[in-house]
Design a protein around this ligand. Structure first.
Ligand code: APR
Length: 247
C-alpha cells in the first residue's frame, strides 16, 4: 500500500477524524505561507501583528495588514485540499477542522464544522465600542480604518501576537484532541503556541498522526506516524481516490 492508501485505510477505520491545518493548505490558493523560503515573515516584520505595536502604530501596522490579508490574497479561492476536506465532512467522515488560518477558505470550500483558532479576517472590530463590521464594507484605502459609530480604531478580528485565543474555540479544540483517534496534520510548521500544542496533545491522547507537508516540520520526527512529503492539493485528492477504491 502507498501512503495515500494507508491514509485512506486509517480514515476508513477511524472512529473520529480531525484535520489540523496551517498556512500550507492555502499555498496552492496563491497565499504564501509565513515561514520558509518565500514566507511572508521574510518580507514583512511580524511585529506589525503584535497587539501593543498595532495600538501604538496603527497606520503602519494597517499598511502591512492590508497588503498581506486584504489585497491580493483576499481574492484567493479554495484549492483541492480545502474541497476534499469539505467532501470528507459531507460524507460524515471528517468531524472537525481546527485551522490556524484566517483566510476563510475552509468555509468557502463548504466545510461547516471549522474551529478558527486564530479567528478570521472577515470582520473588523472597534477597539473602543466593540462594534463589528465586515472588512469588505470598509474603504481600506484610508488607513487606519475608524469606527463609523464612535471613531475608534478598527482592528481585524483575528488573533494578534500577544492576544488570547478566542473561547470557546480554544476549549473545543483541545477537547477534540481527547475525542479524535486520527489527526490529519496539513501544512503547518508547528511554530506558534498554543496552536502547536494541539497535535502533540492528540498524539498523547492516542491519536494516529498523518502529516502532509512538502517539507519536514517540528512534528515530523517527533509525533508523525505517516509522513506524506507532498503538497496538500494533490495528496488530499489521492487520498480521496484511494478511499473511494476501498470496499
Ligand atoms: N501543501 C502543504 N504544505 C505546504 C505547502 C503545500 N502546497 N506549501 C508549504 N507548505 C508547508 C510549509 O512547508 C510549512 O511547513 O506549510 C507550512 C507553513 O508553515 P507556516 O508558514 O509557519 O504556517 P503555520 O504553521 O500555519 O503558522 C502558524 O504562525 O504567523 C503565525 O498566526 C500565524 O497561523 C499562523 C501561525
Amino acid at each position: 500500500m502507498n501512503q495515500y492508501q494507508t491514509t485512506a485505510d486509517l480514515i476508513k477505520k477511524a472512529r473520529r477524524v480531525t484535520a489540523f491545518t496551517g498556512a500550507g493548505i492555502s499555498a496552492e490558493s496563491g497565499i504564501p505561507p509565513f515561514r520558509g523560503e518565500n514566507g511572508l515573515w521574510n518580507q514583512y516584520d511580524p511585529q506589525s501583528l503584535e497587539i501593543d505595536w498595532f495600538q501604538r502604530h496603527p497606520a503602519e501596522s494597517w499598511r502591512v495588514i492590508h497588503e498581506i490579508f486584504y489585497s491580493a490574497f483576499a481574492k484567493a479561492k479554495p484549492n483541492p485540499a480545502h474541497l476534499t476536506l469539505a467532501e470528507f465532512e459531507r460524507r460524515g467522515i471528517l468531524k472537525t477542522i481546527i485551522t490556524q488560518n484566517i483566510d476563510n477558505l475552509h468555509f468557502e470550500a463548504g466545510s461547516q464544522n471549522v474551529l478558527e483558532f486564530h479567528g478570521n479576517s472577515r470582520e473588523l472590530i472597534c477597539l473602543e465600542c466593540g462594534n463589528r463590521i465586515l472588512a469588505e464594507k470598509m474603504d481600506l484605502q484610508k488607513l487606519p480604518p475608524l469606527c463609523k459609530i464612535c471613531g475608534g480604531l478598527l482592528k481585524p478580528d483575528f488573533v494578534f501576537f500577544g492576544e488570547m485565543i478566542p473561547e470557546p474555540t480554544q476549549t473545543l479544540s483541545f477537547k477534540e484532541t481527547e475525542l479524535s483517534d486520527l489527526f490529519l496534520l496539513i501544512g503547518t510548521t508547528g511554530a506558534v503556541m498554543p496552536a502547536a500544542l494541539i497535535p502533540q496533545q492528540a498524539k498523547r491522547n492516542g491519536a494516529t498522526i498523518v502529516e502532509i507537508n512538502p517539507e519536514e516540520s517540528s512534528y515530523t520526527r517527533a509525533i508523525t506516524d505517516v509522513f506524506i512529503q507532498n503538497k496538500a492539493g494533490e495528496s488530499m485528492q489521492e487520498i480521496l481516490k484511494a478511499f473511494d477504491l476501498l470496499s
